[in-house]
Design a protein around this ligand. Structure first.
Ligand SMILES: NC(=O)C1=CN([C@@H]2O[C@H](COP(=O)(O)OP(=O)(O)OC[C@H]3O[C@@H](n4cnc5c(N)ncnc54)[C@H](O)[C@@H]3O)[C@@H](O)[C@H]2O)[C@H](O)CC1
Ligand SMILES: [K+]
Length: 202
């Protein structure tokens, strides 16, 4: 999938931020259509999965849905696209936190945008505690692209994994989804015919 993204961005020429916006548009549409949330907590990492989450938060906010963003990790290390999404969320004055709220009972939807296909090592420390706390919450749980903690290549649980009720994934189902208990919607966000990828030796 990373190779597909890179091919789309570098060979076809569609900027990563455009892909991120398309991913967020499709995910937001499915969230509103399937779940009709009113109080949403979007938990973001600093990679592009987090960038997707920030764009989703903004789109829900613009649709007058109450959204709170939790940004985990060091913002200074965020990807360029995620920093751009942060700047846009700032413009909309979307409520921001760096830690989970004490009480999650007030949220009817939790969106997991912590890690996607870039998870590269077991999850430990504060990230692991956050995912364990989120798993205890009563809210509906949606994972962006991948439930955080599942390895996109092997399907292995890397220490701890978000227990998504629904995963909305970009372009292709990933191996990791095989372990996910909820349905997986494959939002067709990559703006090229999937067949083109299948013919590529990437
Ligand atoms: N296909 C599409 O339409 C699009 C997909 N997008 C999204 O981009 C992510 C992949 O983004 P990437 O930055 O490569 O990786 P992640 O966001 O998953 O996070 C990586 C980030 O986290 C660090 N990290 C990795 N493992 C750990 C760990 N165990 N503990 C702490 N930190 C960890 C790593 O160093 C990175 O900084 C994809 O899933 C989609 O959601 C794009 O939006 C483009 C459109
Ligand atoms: K995720």
């Amino acid at each position: 999938m990373a190779a597909c993204d890179q091919y789309t961005i570098e060979t076809i020429g569609i900027p990563s931020l455009v892909l991120m916006e398309r991913a967020a548009l499709e995910t937001t549409r499915l969230i509103e259509q399937l779940l009709t949330p009113t109080q949403v907590l979007v938990v973001c990492g600093t990679g592009n999965n987090g960038g997707d989450g920030l764009a989703i938060a903004r789109m829900l906010h613009v649709h007058q849905i109450s959204v709170t963003v939790v940004l985990l990790g060091d913002q200074t290390h965020a990807s360029a696209q995620t920093k751009k999404q942060l700047q846009i969320c700032d413009y909309y004055q979307i409520p921001f936190r760096e830690e989970l709220p004490e009480d999650l009972a007030g949220y009817d939807l939790i969106v997991d945008a912590i890690f996607g296909i870039g998870l590269s090592r077991p999850i430990t420390g504060a990230y692991a505690q956050v995912i364990q706390t989120l798993n205890q919450a009563q809210a509906s749980k949606v994972a962006v692209d991948m439930p955080s903690g599942l390895n996109a290549n092997t399907g292995a649980i890397m220490g701890v994994a978000f227990q998504a009720d629904l995963t909305i994934t970009m372009a292709y189902r990933k191996v990791g989804q095989l372990r996910n208990k909820g349905p997986v919607y494959c939002g067709l966000t990559v703006p090229v015919d999937i067949g083109i990828y299948r013919n590529q030796s990437i």
